[in-house]
Design a protein around this ligand. Structure first.
Ligand SMILES: *[C@@H]1O[C@H](CO)[C@@H](O)[C@H](O)[C@H]1NC(C)=O
Ligand SMILES: *[C@@H]1O[C@H](CO)[C@@H](O)[C@H](O)[C@H]1NC(C)=O
Ligand SMILES: *[C@@H]1O[C@H](CO)[C@@H](O)[C@H](O)[C@H]1NC(C)=O
Ligand SMILES: *[C@@H]1O[C@H](CO)[C@@H](O)[C@H](O)[C@H]1NC(C)=O
Length: 438
């Protein structure tokens, strides 16, 4: 009876923890609590007491779920022990049934029960622990509620929102662990309508937070003029601050500005050019070995979009296709200074069947079309060298996407949507094991 009761309490506690986890965490395959943080909101790392408190509480919940797991294991082990003892006890009884000697039977029983005593002692200790855990969880629960009430209405409909807000404020405090998986794309917001149907616009993800310069590269061919704006507002109003006349024309729309340099594909070649805005000079140029170019392996819309340069949290990347990989997408990480290839991954996704692709946290996301109904269809992780199919829709408002690139600083997707410059918000899902969190 004691045992069953104990198990029941443990079960209750586990359930309580699971409910607590809904606020802040989920469970992994082994049933441990894992905290989750949802981007994209950006806040500075605040030393706000509430956040510290919440963080501590989350750690405690994590800790306690581990302790309870230990308890659970121990109880299961004890349960097996009791089952064995019970078996022996029954065997003893059947042996003595014919003897009819009550005194001996009792003595035998006592001896059989002897080893159970430490087990029962352990149960008592466990029960005390369980009571303590229960009290602590009640405290945690109350504190979490208090924090939530302090921040916003504790309303069942708004709970999700409150949690998102809490979690996003925690995000930057845990930024080293927050590289996440793309869950959702929202928007777009149309920033401006300008240029031809095909083009590229971007900001520098490596720039300081106050530097919001915008670069604008209209058309996919026969152009080498880059326009610069001091801010998004200047871009919207059309107040150019500079133009750069590149030494070579570009091909496609898949350029990227990274750390003060423009990386682009030189026309009719598989050469990647690194052009430094500050000096107005080409720093490096280097051929991407075996990369198809000039509409050999473009994206679905064509436009010499064979070589796609992009940047994410981990650095600079080139996405292209080779004959060696049967026209399927190849991902190479590049050294931003020398353009040497640091690593290469071969996917099984045909470049010509890809609408666009963008990199987030070392995972390449590929859309299946540039037209209406396009969705993020395939994700390739360079961390695990494995892929999965995804089904993440996005609103292709103006029916033709000729550019889609992730900006890690803004946590947004920059798009060129049929002569409209658009921004998408993204939601990333982060899994943080609090035990690894220092
Ligand atoms: C987590 O558990 C360990 C071991 O029981 C303990 O030393 C540590 O202080 C606990 N951490 C928190 C935040 O409660
Ligand atoms: C729970 O909170 C009460 C009141 O703040 C405190 O006295 C008690 O020690 C706490 N219990 C545990 C197990 O943390
Ligand atoms: C950015 O460029 C500066 C020099 O201009 C260099 O020192 C720094 O390492 C670069 N950062 C990255 C991430 O490449
Ligand atoms: C992205 O989301 C943030 C926070 O919800 C919001 O302030 C911002 O305007 C959104 N941006 C876009 C481009 O939708």
């Amino acid at each position: 009876k004691g045992f069953g009761h104990n198990l029941k309490i443990i079960l209750d506690i586990t359930i309580t923890i699971q409910i607590l986890c809904v606020y802040s965490s989920a469970q992994d395959a082994e049933g441990r609590c894992i905290c989750t943080v949802v981007a994209p909101e950006q806040n500075l790392c605040s030393r706000d007491a509430k956040e510290g408190q919440l963080r501590q509480l989350l750690e405690k919940v994590q800790n306690m779920s581990q302790s309870i797991e230990v308890l659970n294991l121990r109880t299961q082990r004890d349960f097996q022990y009791i089952m064995r003892m019970e078996g022996q006890f029954k065997g003893l009884r059947s042996k003595q049934a014919g003897v009819n000697n009550p005194e001996r039977e009792l003595k035998g029983k006592m001896e059989t029960l002897q080893p159970l005593i430490p087990v029962l002692e352990q149960y008592k200790t466990d029960a005390q622990l369980v009571v303590q855990f229960k009290q602590e969880i009640r405290n945690l629960s109350m504190a979490l509620t208090a924090i939530q009430e302090e921040i916003g209405a504790y309303d069942s409909e708004e709970l999700q929102q409150t949690v998102l807000s809490l979690e996003s404020r925690l995000r930057n405090c845990m930024s080293k662990l927050t590289c996440g998986k793309l869950m959702k794309i929202t928007g777009p917001v149309t920033v401006k309508t300008s240029g031809t149907r095909f083009g590229a616009w971007m900001t520098d993800p490596q720039a300081s937070p106050t530097n919001n310069r915008v670069w604008y590269m209209d058309s996919y061919t026969n152009n080498k003029i880059v326009k610069e704006y001091k801010s998004i507002a200047d871009f919207v109003s059309g107040a150019e601050s500079r133009t750069y006349n590149l030494p070579f024309k570009w091909a496609g729309t898949n350029h990227v500005v990274y750390n003060g340099s423009l990386y682009y594909n030189k026309v009719q070649s598989n050469i990647v050019v690194c052009y430094r805005f500050e000096t107005g000079r080409v720093v490096t140029q280097r051929a991407l070995e075996n990369a198809g170019f000039h509409n050999v392996y473009p994206y679905t819309w064509g436009g010499f979009s064979d070589i796609d340069l992009m940047a994410d949290e981990l650095g600079l990347w080139a996405v292209y296709a080779t004959n060696q990989n049967a026209g399927n997408i190849v991902i190479s990480q590049l050294n931003p200074e020398t353009l040497q290839i640091l690593g290469t991954w071969n996917t099984e996704y045909s470049k010509r069947n890809a609408g666009e692709s963008f990199m987030i946290c070392g995972t390449l996301y590929i859309t299946n079309s540039h037209l209406t109904g396009a969705k993020v269809y395939y994700a390739y992780s360079t961390k695990t060298s494995s892929y999965e199919y995804t089904d993440i829709p996005f609103h292709n408002q103006y029916f033709h996407m000729s550019m889609l690139d992730y900006n890690a600083r803004d946590r947004a997707l920059y798009g060129w949507n049929n002569g409209h410059q658009v921004l998408f918000n993204i939601t990333l899902f982060h899994i943080i094991k609090t035990e690894d969190d220092s």
